[in-house]
Design a protein around this ligand. Sequence first.
Ligand code: NDP
Length: 246
Amino acid sequence: MTQPPTSRPLAIVTGASRGIGRAIAVELAAAGLHVAINYRSNEAAARQTLALIDERGGTGDLCPFDVADEAAVNAALTDLFARRERIAVLVNNAGIVADGLFAMMPSADWHKVTDTSLGGFFNVTKPVIQKMIPHKTGSVVTISSVSGLIGNRGQTNYAAAKAGLIGATRALASEVARIGIRVNVVAPGIIDTDMTKDLPPDMLKKMIPMGRYGKPEEVARVVRFLCSDDASYITGQVISVNGGMV
Ligand code: NDP
């Protein structure tokens, strides 16, 4: 749904219909940004994100596309760019898991996980960076994972994608730092969302020094900080939000 034009700076948040992405969208809207709420298929959940933003006096639009589909991303962003002069913030949050031991992993599970996280980073970040460059300002935050830092058994696909995001971020940060664009990673530990709801909590909590899962809002507040001028000298960094796991 397209709302009336607003002068608020624009933030694009991928995977903002649920979980961490929803909390980031709500947090950035509360900080005064107009949020393009991306999702793949769950429009009802995306509308709930928009309602939460509305309730708090913020503004946003639904912006559905599959981050793994380059043509779909380009079509959606061309439409968005026609309506918006400048993109202030991009948060690459969309991600999926398809866990299994590597020796038995179907190639489809390898590709769908890497295509979403790492392919999605390329598909969305490239046109957004091109749009940011002439304005010489902008902040990109990408959601990696503790799995990309330490590797988790049963997650070679996910760990590869999430570690790849860290390398891509550091390289891109060094390319655009002088232009005034900052690029950082947030690496959450285990956060209470749909992605983790079927995992065994008692076993996992023993791995977390703080003894509990994180809340999506605890990740979102760090993303909001990295997107703000308070983080004006921070780029190419990985900030862990994991209750002390690493
Ligand atoms: P959820 O499964 O709760 O939500 C996933 C979100 O991503 C949904 O909004 C979903 O949209 C969207 N999405 C999935 N695939 C695509 C796609 N191809 N194109 C566009 N949107 C897509 O995940 P979380 O909130 O738990 O995770 C968010 C991010 O944080 C992910 O990158 C994840 O890897 C990472 N992370 C999560 C951790 C956790 O413990 N939860 C820990 C570390 C990292 P739709 O609703 O339409 O399906």
